[in-house]
Design a protein around this ligand. Sequence first.
Ligand code: C2E
Ligand code: MG
Ligand code: MG
Ligand code: MG
Length: 288
Amino acid sequence: AAKEAGRSQFRFYDPNMQYAARERRRLSKDLLGALDNNELLLHYQPVVDLDTHQVVKAEALIRWKHPEKGFVSPAYFIPFAEDSGMIISIGEWVFRTAADQLAKWHRSGFTQFQVGLNVSPVQFRGEGLNETEWIAYLAQLGLPGSAIVVELTERMLIDASNVTSDKLLAFRDAGIQVALDDFGTGYSSLAYLRKMDIDFLKIDQSFVRNLSTHSEDLVLCEAIVVMAHKLGLKVIAEGVETVEQRDLLAGIGCDYGQGYLFSRPIPADDFTTLLRSGLSACEHTNGK
Ligand code: C2E
Ligand code: MG
Ligand code: MG
Ligand code: MG
């Protein structure tokens, strides 16, 4: 019996799993100090108009530079930050840091430039972000609401409560724009498109990865673009890595592209250089 119990429990002692669990606990503990220790930073990735090839927006992407482990992926640490509630203070920091940076870009003449922020569903709950404070902060910086795009996931719209809708409505009233991120990976997208006031769809990179002339993914991307345009939304394709993908997307009328072809996410100062010198300079270094 003991042997059997031992065998059936074997998977609980999988050293890799145990290591992963310990690692997770440690990292989530370390994350508590990350803000105070200045270990968080934002990188910015350009969003390019596929007609004019101009950089018209950036997406702010958080980076955590752990003192021993180096860069830890947000895909890994954002979930703990959500579980512990730390995402609220991290999200405030992301908003203020990105807004401060955007105000600098506006002051240096890029007055139409927009920054997209990823906002967690946890921030859209009652004890989450204070929409009035966010709007006041933009006003204090002299930024129009329309300079900010909040990127939401379909998951958030699926379990949207009244509080979530109220916060979104206040944002909309202030001119803040809304993008639906990772579009196509959720499941109830179409109903929510009708119900919510959204400005941009971001086609998930999984649809872009294998784009080729006769691919089903091209058919899907085209259908998304046609539907979005009929609903009055603009489309951003994520994960554009090749010239072929860019050209196919431009060919089906996709409005914007974002991906390593144009540039990886980069620090704010490098982004300023990119804005000044234009994309052609960066296409040489990042293009494949
Ligand atoms: P996302 O919002 O969908 O961001 C796009 C992700 O795709 C980013 O990963 C970006 O670096 C990556 N990417 C961009 N171009 C390419 C490409 O051409 N090829 C490939 N393979 N990947 C590309 P990253 O920076 O690791 O962020 C992962 C996710 O973490 C984000 O997905 C977002 O959901 C979340 N995240 C990032 N920053 C924040 C934040 O400030 N707050 C919150 N709540 N979540 C964040
Ligand atoms: Mg995003
Ligand atoms: Mg995405
Ligand atoms: Mg176009």
